[in-house]
Design a binder for this molecule. Structure first.
Ligand code: HEC
Length: 155
């Protein structure tokens, strides 16, 4: 009994290490950027401010679909697709009220926006809930923007 207890910390360390490296590998795979699609210095959530976004015309339908999947999994609990407020504002016409750069920063740099941007702070005053960091990569956020544009009637 004593001997097996002695090895417990070692086993725990090995388990943690194994788990961590798998997650890191997955995160890296997820964050691989598509060159030229997104101009961002680093594709990590809550990383540097996003300064520019490339806009597609017509919409990329595979991005619209991928954006909807993210919406269904991570945004739907708080955002409706019409104009009505749930926890957060309804998304109808959000792409007309806001610029693409603003929207991507709101998704990927939520805390920065809520502490520095007057428009984001106005929404916070109305909603009384701080939008949590959703851990969405810049690439996935760009696809959510495509889905929002589609929801706003763009083709
Ligand atoms: C727990 C609830 C919650 C979740 C989940 C959530 N949001 Fe929000 N969101 C809010 C709230 C509340 C606001 C208004 C600002 C504030 O109060 O922080 C907001 C504001 C926004 C805005 C600005 C809307 C406008 O009209 O100005 C965008 C864009 C946005 N969220 C995108 C997303 C995306 C994309 C996801 C999913 C990846 C998401 N949100 C998930 C609560 C949430």
């Amino acid at each position: 009994m004593k001997t097996s207890l002695k090895f417990l910390p070692l086993i725990a360390t090995l388990l943690l290490a194994g788990c961590g490296s798998k997650e890191e590998a997955e995160a890296e795979a997820e964050q691989a950027p598509t060159p030229g699609e997104i101009v961002a210095s680093q594709p990590v959530p809550h990383g540097p401010e996003i300064k520019s976004v490339e806009i597609t015309n017509p919409l990329k339908q595979d991005w619209v679909a991928a954006g909807k999947t993210t919406y269904d999994g991570k945004c739907m609990p708080c955002h409706k697709l019409d104009t009505t407020k749930l926890v957060g504002p309804g998304w109808k016409d959000v792409t007309k009220r806001r610029t693409p750069v603003w929207i991507l920063n709101m998704i990927c740099n939520t805390d920065m926006m809520l502490s520095t941007d007057a428009e984001a702070q106005k929404q916070l005053e109305l909603c009384l809930v701080r939008m949590p960091n959703q851990n969405v990569t810049v690439e996935d956020a760009r696809k959510v923007l495509e889905f929002m544009r589609s929801n706003d009637g763009e083709k």
